[in-house]
Design a protein around this ligand. Structure first.
Ligand code: SOE
Length: 396
């Protein structure tokens, strides 16, 4: 926690989808929320100079560099925001924490439990030493409807939880000629649909239920083993340069697993980027002995709520989560006008700044994000042994 009111000077590493999303978040957060310090985008770091300079100009970063170490070495940078592929998270985060910076790191935290553990240890030491905040960008926690769901579960409104059913369905890889990207390279991304979007479901489920996943039994599939090379900049889907010049896919296209939660609830999870017609269907349903909640990001401003108490008009109610009293919603538009994907990142920036300035806990901090990493590792281990039941704790 800091008592300064000076601007919070940000360096962001990464100019892709997440870099653009985080940029709008840093700029928008102080315009709609009261913050003790105003985030100030200062330095944008990208891999290649010809692309980074125009990106900085377009997005509104006054300075740019191709070396992330500049961000860590400069005394006038308070926050290092890591929006790069997973293979660089650990190296950048460790250096930034060592230099006393606050760190926001995109999900999943790392590409392995060993890296995630190192990052968690470094975050704990930096917090002790200088009060540095380290947070992982599991952005869906900032969906108003899911934050409301969490409140309802915590209040005991759906009772004791028996079932967690989570699906994260996308289709930008459904076409076998959709181009190769770093997200299909195990060295860079760690895993495929599992770590990219399944990690969101794991985090959301554990956060909503308030219990950890203790054991899993899993299957992974790679349906398309090679993809056309693409020289153009990153993006989801699109077209390759030449369908006959192909690179190997070294990650899963889809993951499916059952899970046992601490406390005994039963989980069923599915993550795929090949579910034709499902663009960003991040869904979760939780059934307790007193009721249920259900959510689908494709209708992100709604939460379905079921109360099992006897009632002649019993049934799922569709709650529009746009009222001023709903989480985050009061800062925005009049009821019923709705929010979009980018708002999650603005809320994330708000919560991050408040963790830095107000001492509220980072959510999730690195230790909690590491727990997701352990589940990912357990899923991979189980799948490698044809679904053998695999415990999560102690998994590497
Ligand atoms: C691609 O699958 C992706 O951009 C993920 O990486 C994000 O985390 C998710 O929010 C949207 O889809």
């Amino acid at each position: 926690m800091t008592t300064s009111t000076a601007p919070l000077r940000i360096a962001m590493i990464g100019t892709g989808f997440m870099g653009r999303m985080h940029t709008q978040a840093w700029l928008t957060a102080p315009r709609f929320f009261d913050l003790a310090r105003t985030p100030e985008p200062v330095l944008l770091v990208g891999r290649d100079a010809p692309a980074t300079a125009p990106a900085a100009a377009r997005l509104g970063w006054p300075e740019h560099s191709t070396d992330w170490r500049t961000a860590v070495d400069r005394d006038d940078i308070d926050v290092v925001d890591i929006c790069t592929p997973g293979d660089t998270h650990a190296e950048i985060a460790l250096a930034a924490l060592e230099a006393g910076k606050h760190v926001l790191c995109e999900k999943p935290l790392a590409n392995s439990v060993a890296e995630a553990q190192q990052m968690t240890d470094a975050a704990a030491a930096a917090s002790e030493r200088s009060g540095a905040v380290a947070m992982c960008g599991f952005s869906y926690r900032r969906t108003p409807a899911l934050a409301l769901a969490r409140q309802l579960v915590a209040e005991g409104r759906i009772g004791e939880i028996r079932h967690v059913r989570a699906q994260y369905l996308q289709d930008w890889l459904a076409d076998a000629d959709s181009p190769h990207t770093w997200r299909l390279d195990r060295e860079r991304a760690g895993s495929g649909a599992l770590g990219d979007i399944g990690a969101h479901s794991i985090d959301t489920a554990q956060w909503l239920v308030g219990r950890r996943i203790a054991a899993v039994s899993a299957q992974l599939r790679t349906f398309v083993p090679t993809r056309p090379r693409r020289s153009a900049v990153e993006g989801l889907g699109g077209a390759g340069d030449d369908a006959s010049d192909r690179l190997p896919v070294t990650v899963d296209d889809a993951a499916a697993f059952t899970a046992r939660f601490g406390g005994g609830a039963l989980g069923v999870f599915e993550a795929t980027r090949m579910a034709t017609g499902r663009r960003n269907a991040n869904r979760i349903e939780i059934n307790g002995d007193r009721g249920s909640i259900a959510f689908d990001f494709e209708r992100m401003n709604e939460l379905e709520v079921y109360d099992a108490a006897p009632d002649s008009a019993q049934g799922f109610r569709r709650v529009q989560v746009t009222e001023a009293q709903h989480p985050y919603a009061g800062a925005w538009w009049p009821a019923g006008h709705g929010l979009g994907y980018e708002h999650l990142f603005t809320h994330q920036a708000v919560d991050f700044v408040r963790a830095v300035t107000g001492g509220t806990a980072a959510s999730p901090g690195f230790a909690e994000a590491m727990q997701v990493q352990r589940v990912l590792a357990a899923v991979e281990q189980s799948a490698a042994h044809d679904s053998i039941l695999t415990s999560v704790e102690g998994n590497h």
